[in-house]
Design a protein around this ligand. Structure first.
Ligand code: HEC
Ligand code: HEC
Ligand code: HEC
Length: 288
């Protein structure tokens, strides 16, 4: 999977056109004749953006979902999705979620993770059918013969810093499912149930909308797409190497352009200072 996102990957680049123009009128004329063909090719080129996790894990192909309406608009600087033409495009119902939360009182949809996982369709059938190769007898780390590309620190797994390993998440017998504390099986499209078995506090925050992300209708009871944990976190590389903290930092978007007639952002700083002053002026309440 390519990591070159949101940049058109073939055809005449701007510089090349400029260079050719400087080479002479003949080339300009030739280009003028060829221009409609070039534009047609431009329009047909694929733009791939990412929604939340870079590197192929949350890619979305830009396309027209109605005349003149794109499914997503993407940042030309970072390749990140900035706007959805249809927040529910490509989603399915969230599935059964027994713990009561906002999703119990509204229409909750998710983008299925299984659509992104290339090994999932075969892993529990062709490679580990439950009897052959015999499922490991314990969950202890052992030298793997495969998947080192997926889990580069497999012999010293930094997710959990040595406390957990593959079979604390993946079912030993049913490889296309995750495993819960009581050996219940969870679907790959509901990773929140797996993550929630160890990250109870964050799971609760996610259910309450404090952690993670939802898009769609504003009203509490409106239809929403919920982003699941693995759309943002890579379970196999959770600490992000040297950064050693839970999330790959994404390139920030540049500051938005100022509205017409506004020449600097001082008014915002002014607001901020006033806010801070109010905060300081508050009497210290209680001693607890
Ligand atoms: C903390 C839980 C956790 C641990 C530990 C873990 N995994 Fe995973 N694994 C996941 C999740 C969640 C996914 C699905 C990721 C997604 O949706 O992007 C996954 C996906 C996979 C896949 C399918 C990838 C694909 O592209 O189809 C393989 C293979 C895999 N893991 C192997 C391993 C191996 C081998 C280990 C141990 C060295 C391991 N995992 C450890 C949670 C875990
Ligand atoms: C079997 C238990 C277990 C499961 C399941 C599990 N985790 Fe963890 N995770 C841990 C532990 C333990 C740590 C704390 C490591 C440490 O001590 O720093 C951790 C740490 C993390 C961190 C923080 C890393 C940091 O350094 O800030 C993130 C993010 C994270 N997990 C995400 C996930 C996601 C997403 C899932 C589901 C795909 C998941 N975890 C499933 C046990 C688990
Ligand atoms: C929309 C993206 C997104 C989703 C969805 C998401 N997270 Fe996070 N998560 C983040 C970000 C951003 C951080 C902050 C990381 C940092 O500070 O480096 C974070 C931090 C964490 C941490 C570390 C917390 C800490 O205090 O250091 C854990 C654990 C975690 N998430 C687990 C989860 C679990 C479990 C889910 C699903 C129930 C989930 N996340 C869903 C973006 C997300």
């Amino acid at each position: 999977m390519s990591t070159q996102h949101c940049f058109r990957t073939s055809g005449l680049s701007g510089e090349r056109i400029t260079m050719k123009i400087s080479q002479g009128i003949a080339v300009v004329l030739a280009l003028l004749v060829a221009a409609p063909a070039v534009w047609a090719a431009e329009a047909a080129k694929e733009v791939v953006c990412f929604e939340s996790r870079e590197g192929g894990a949350s890619d979305v192909l830009q396309r027209e979902i109605a005349p003149g309406l794109l499914n997503v608009r993407c940042s030309p600087t970072t390749g990140g999705v900035l706007w959805w033409g249809d927040p529910y495009d490509g989603t399915v119902p969230m599935g059964e979620m027994p713990i009561e939360a906002d999703y119990s009182h509204a229409e909750a949809v998710v983008k299925p993770r299984s659509a992104k996982l290339t090994l999932l369709p075969i892993c529990g059938v062709a490679c580990h059918n439950g009897t052959y190769p015999p499922p490991p007898k314990n969950k202890d780390p052992r030298k793997l013969t495969m998947h080192m590309d997926l889990v580069p620190d497999s012999m010293n797994l930094q997710h959990g810093r040595g406390a957990i390993w593959c079979l604390d998440c993946h079912s030993a017998k049913t490889r296309n499912k995750f495993i819960g504390h009581n050996n219940e099986l969870y679907d790959f499209d509901q990773p929140q149930k797996l993550c929630g078995k160890c990250h109870g506090q964050i799971y609760r925050d996610w259910r309450e909308g404090i952690h993670g992300k939802r898009i769609g209708e504003w009203a509490t009871t409106g239809k929403k797409r919920w982003f699941v944990c693995t759309e943002c976190h890579n379970p196999h590389d959770i600490q992000q190497g040297k950064r050693n903290s839970g999330f790959v930092q994404l390139k920030p978007e540049p500051a938005p352009r100022l509205p017409k007639g506004v020449y600097n952002a001082d008014h915002e700083r002014h607001h901020l200072q006033k806010g801070a002053a109010h905060g300081e002026a508050k009497p210290a309440s209680g001693g607890h």
